[in-house]
Design a protein around this ligand. Structure first.
Ligand code: DGL
Length: 278
């Protein structure tokens, strides 16, 4: 039987990009849900962090990253970075109308709305994500009576990068950020981890907040969303062997491989990481 253009497209990789290695938490969730798909991951490590930058700068960076993935050929794009999803999702969709683009904010908001009983939802993220109020808007669009509060937790990014995601220091920082949020009579019952790096601190965060509060990790919910999109578009690969994962970075490949391992949960060979210029 002749292969159609759709058959070839189905076998293209899924492109994933982030400001650095943090988005590997999303890639990890994606590869667990879609083990036969190929993935092309781009980490813009040279320009990390995005979370402290203006929306204009983040949008420019996101468009450049998306162009590199599109030029390599991808069948779907995931903006794994919360800051870039919050700021540049529409701009990336407009720039690449032929490629479905999935961000991490919408799936996180949907899960939070399903999880909450009281309607009180706290979002923790980078300064830029909180300032842009994308999670607020996405949650309120689904549940207009929700009470959403946003709390920047920038130090969590450094702790995760440093590999200090459990133990006394991580818990002390988590308590400093989250005690004022949870030690109140109207405490939220749901906490959204609105940053790629925060799933690594899940245990430390869980140890300092109300144990009954639900922690929403946008990595898993995004993977679920990508599965639904592929099913809807009938774009699942026909491959039945483990899919290949390739990495691009804008800075030192050795550092990417070394720091990325903790986020991806498995080793990354330096030889599998290609240096690119955006
Ligand atoms: N990837 C970013 C995010 O999810 C965190 C790191 C950064 O600030 O670039 O918001």
């Amino acid at each position: 039987m002749n292969k159609t253009a759709t058959d070839y497209n189905k076998e293209l990789p899924i492109g994933v990009f982030d400001s650095g290695v943090g988005g590997l938490t999303v890639l990890k969730a994606l590869t667990m849900r879609l083990p036969h798909e190929r993935f092309l991951y781009l980490g813009d490590c040279a320009r990390l962090p995005y979370g402290t930058k203006s929306s204009g700068t983040v949008t420019r960076y996101a468009l450049q990253a998306a162009s590199v993935l599109a030029s390599r050929g991808v069948k779907l794009m995931v903006i794994a970075c919360n800051t870039a999803s919050a700021t540049a999702l529409d701009a990336v969709r407009e720039a690449h109308p032929g490629i479905p683009v999935v961000g991490v904010v919408e799936p996180g908001a949907q899960t939070a709305c399903r999880a909450t009983r009281s309607g009180r939802i706290a979002v923790i993220a980078t300064e830029s994500t909180i300032r842009g109020r994308a999670y607020h808007e996405a949650i309120l669009a689904l549940r207009p009576d929700a009470e959403v509060t946003g709390h920047p937790c920038p130090l969590f990014v450094s702790l995760a990068e440093e590999g200090w995601h459990t133990g006394d220091i991580a818990e002390a920082v988590a308590a400093r950020y989250l005690d004022p949020v949870f030690n109140t009579p109207d405490a939220p019952d749901t906490l959204v981890l609105g940053c790629t790096h925060f799933p690594l601190l899940r245990q430390a965060i869980g140890n300092v907040i109300n144990p009954e509060a639900v922690i929403v990790d946008s990595a898993r919910t995004t993977a679920h969303s990508v599965c639904l999109q592929l099913d809807e578009l009938a774009m699942n690969t026909a491959n039945t062997t483990p899919g290949q994962v390739s990495f691009l970075t804008t800075d030192d490949a050795a550092r990417f491989a070394r720091t990325g391992e903790g986020f991806l949960g498995r080793g990354i060979a330096e030889a599998d990481v290609e240096l690119v210029d955006l």
